[in-house]
Design a binder for this molecule. Sequence first.
Ligand code: OSB
Ligand code: MG
Length: 415
Amino acid sequence: MNPQKETILDERSLTPAFLGILDDDGPLFLEKIRVFSRRMTLRIPFETSFGRFDSLVRHFPAITFRTEDGTTVTGIGECSPLSAPWYDYECHRSVEVALGYLTASLTGKSVDEADGAAAPGLAPVTGVESFLGRYRWIVGHAMAKAGVEGAYWDARARLRGVPVFRLWGGTKSDVEAGTSVGLEPTVEDVLRKVAVAVEEMHIARVKVKVKPGRDLAIVEAIRKRYPSLRLQVDANAAYDLLNPEHLARLKELDAFDLMMIEQPGRNDDIFDHAVRLAHLSTPICLDESILHAVHARQAIALWKQYSGPSRLVINVKPPRVGGYLEAIRIAVLCAASGVSVWCGGMHESALGKTANVHFSSRSEVNLPGDHVSQAPYYVKNVAESPRYEEGRLTVPQGVGWGLGELDLTEETETP
Ligand code: OSB
Ligand code: MG
């Protein structure tokens, strides 16, 4: 292909039909929305460059729909913010506020009147575009939106009696699973965790968190012990791309054959990542700074100009980009330009993780995702996670998310 003539896919052409996603599938009357919220304790406290946390609140919007012939179905999604605005501006409190607006918009009521029940005479939705159209006016609040969109897809898949990935054009029956290893007090502590992932779990790849000053020694130690491990690092925006010392550290990482350096710079920057890191040979992965397909298109254009699309990777997290349709649009946009894609995580419960696995069954998702932890993520999860074996997760084949009954009882209620 002549690179001069190559045009970047415009995200306006990325319709459900173009993407191979089910859209219009008959009228669905929304009856009610309930939101379950649970504080869930992590088995292993997690530390990144922005902070350490040991429990997270997860919101599970449950939406009940009725079809024209009177069948009712309830779908459940997950909102997976952190507890404070560390990673982006969202947190579980902001998600609660946003869910109030989303519920109002979806039920046809004002935010002050919204009680989860549909307003009398509410028109049905016909497909994902008409569902999203109800709340498209809400700016931002991606994680809240992803939760209600997840509920929509689960309900649609249950009505059809198929797993969600079928509605999304997923093709893989299993997906590669990597793990994200947090910062630890010492290099030895990090190495111990990497050893579990490599030697006991036979993980598909390891990602370790880094920040300035806690980067080269960690990566060097892991590389020395595991010369051929698929290894990548994630800085969660901890480096200043205008600081020559930080730039020098990032350049030094080129010596360790990393798959990528994830989000070294500011969480709202694309341009400086493209321009100021163009001399690195290690690909740069954007996480925080890609919030939708427009950002992805702009990043791809910048990489084409400054280094090359093979040196850009995008971590597509459905919660960060406002849902599953947008996640698939970004994946398709990337694949069309030779940009690699993988699915990151937000420490979702088994429900959100499973939704990520359904998304990862799309062929465009070509690198291992952050799908598993050292131990089960939570002391008490809402369902059994998809089957993990030798670096791969099975894409569930049951209806909806394929999880069976969810257990949304509180942690303290279990003996
Ligand atoms: O940057 O990928 C990240 C967890 C919370 C917030 C941001 C990130 C992460 C992870 C862990 O790296 C991913 C996971 O295992 O769910
Ligand atoms: Mg990240």
